[in-house]
Design a protein around this ligand. Structure first.
Ligand SMILES: NC(=O)c1ccc[n+]([C@@H]2O[C@H](COP(=O)([O-])OP(=O)(O)OC[C@H]3O[C@@H](n4cnc5c(N)ncnc54)[C@H](O)[C@@H]3O)[C@@H](O)[C@H]2O)c1
Length: 390
């Protein structure tokens, strides 16, 4: 049973098990709990926006227990680069970080990934703690050992796996998220329901239709749901290279659109979750095209997307050709033998059931079929009200 104040769940990723503490209004309890790390310094990796909003409250609590070094950069996916990783490592070492230091990821998924890779590579691996401040980070990226930065060719091409010591979430920190960022993580929660736990869809639909998505009760329910869904596929797949690959649902087209949109519109582009939702709308249509999902299942996708404010329209700044250039170098290449004319994708044959096997939920899709669907996404009229779920 989830209480408001302080809860603990275990996250199991293969042989790695770590605690996830969460509640509402528990920031002070979080910094007190972190006093338990016998550390010579906390290396807090964050971004300038999070620092301005919540830095004082968090850092003042942390400073009571050990010296704090802050590594902050302007927000945005551009932070996930080898250049910034190198700069963080050099600064951390220069300011006296040792093997006893603890890297604290204080921010969204971008910060978490860069902090994770900083912790994984500093002295060949030091302790990492996540304090997520976005819905994406809280419900998705901290439930993963993947720590990555982008290459010049695509997203998440460079990285490794590194388990955190623990995750600490105060959902009150999420109150300052704008609507777009709040909904971003909820799109990932929708992904979990569509691809893994369709039995949770009726409650999700009711929650989304009810509005007030930032209330602690809604966020705590969504967090519990994400913990259940993710652990059901990562419990014996810490590296998300077998059953956990289903979590990549919507990510092939989604990542490509996200990357191209951000390249052109910067932080005005789609959020990660919105891009993944758009990617799921594409995947649902591709699946229907090969005789998988029926109209009703596609409409189920559309209805959730509609509640989450995402339409199957490609952002004006992004062309199908640009999307396809990124799809061609998608980071799922190599899991499944595919020809130069195909992409390896997670596609559902029915809700909760991907094509392929539990251990390899991927299927080879012709790039032509992907391009046809992506090209259709240029012509979607605005405003869009979904394809009419019954
Ligand atoms: N398995 C994984 O490792 C995994 C899973 C999902 C996503 N990701 C990665 O996560 C990234 C997306 O995460 P994100 O959407 O959290 O991005 P983000 O970290 O860039 O945060 C989005 C924006 O929200 C702002 N922000 C953060 N906390 C805030 C708060 N409490 N109030 C107001 N504003 C706040 C940030 O400053 C930023 O501008 C992508 O790079 C994606 O690849 C990784």
């Amino acid at each position: 049973m989830t209480g408001r104040d302080w809860n603990e769940r275990s996250v199991a990723m293969g042989e790695f098990v770590y605690p996830y503490y969460f509640g509402a209004g528990c920031l002070e309890r979080i910094t007190s709990a972190m006093a338990g790390y016998d550390t010579d310094q906390f290396v807090v990796v964050t971004d300038d926006h999070v620092l301005a909003l919540h830095g004082e409250a968090f850092l003042s609590g942390l400073r009571r227990h050990a010296p704090v070094q802050v590594l902050s950069l302007p927000p945005g996916d551009a932070m996930k680069s080898v250049l910034h990783l190198n700069s963080h490592l050099e600064k951390a070492i220069g300011a006296g970080a040792t093997r006893r230091s603890v890297v604290v990821a204080f921010g969204g998924g971008v910060v978490g990934n860069l902090a994770g890779l900083t912790a994984a590579t500093l002295y060949r691996g030091i302790r990492l703690v996540h304090v997520p401040t976005t819905t994406i980070a809280a419900m998705d990226s901290v439930l993963s050992l993947k720590q990555t930065v982008n290459s010049g060719h695509g997203k998440n091409h460079i990285g490794t796996y590194h388990a955190p010591e623990a995750v600490y979430l105060d959902v009150d920190l999420l109150r300052t998220l704008d609507d777009k960022q709040l909904r971003s993580g909820l799109c990932e929660a929708a992904k979990n329901c569509l691809a893994i736990r369709p039995e949770a869809l009726p409650v999700l639909r009711t929650r989304l239709a009810g509005g007030n998505l930032s209330s602690p009760d809604v966020l705590l329910w969504l967090l519990e749901e994400s913990l259940t869904a993710k652990s059901s596929v990562t419990g014996d797949d810490a590296r998300e290279q077998r059953s956990g690959l289903v979590l990549e649902y919507g990510h092939t087209v989604g990542h490509a659109v996200e990357m191209e949109d951000r390249r052109r519109r910067g932080t005005d582009g789609l959020s990660h979750g919105e891009a993944v939702m758009l990617g799921m709308l594409a995947a649902a249509r591709i699946s229907r095209g090969i005789g998988g999902l029926d109209d009703r299942a596609v409409a189920e996708h559309d209805e959730l997307a509609h509640h989450l404010g995402v339409s199957p329209k490609l952002p004006d700044a992004v062309t199908p050709e640009a999307v396809m250039d990124v799809v061609r170098v998608d980071n799922k290449r190599g899991y499944l033998p595919v020809s130069g004319e195909e992409a390896a994708m997670v596609l559902l044959r029915e809700l909760g059931h991907p094509y392929g096997s539990r251990d390899l939920p991927l299927t080879a899709v012709s790039l032509e079929a992907v391009k046809d669907v992506v090209t259709d996404m240029v012509r979607v009229p605005e405003p869009w009200h979904g394809s009419g779920a019954s």
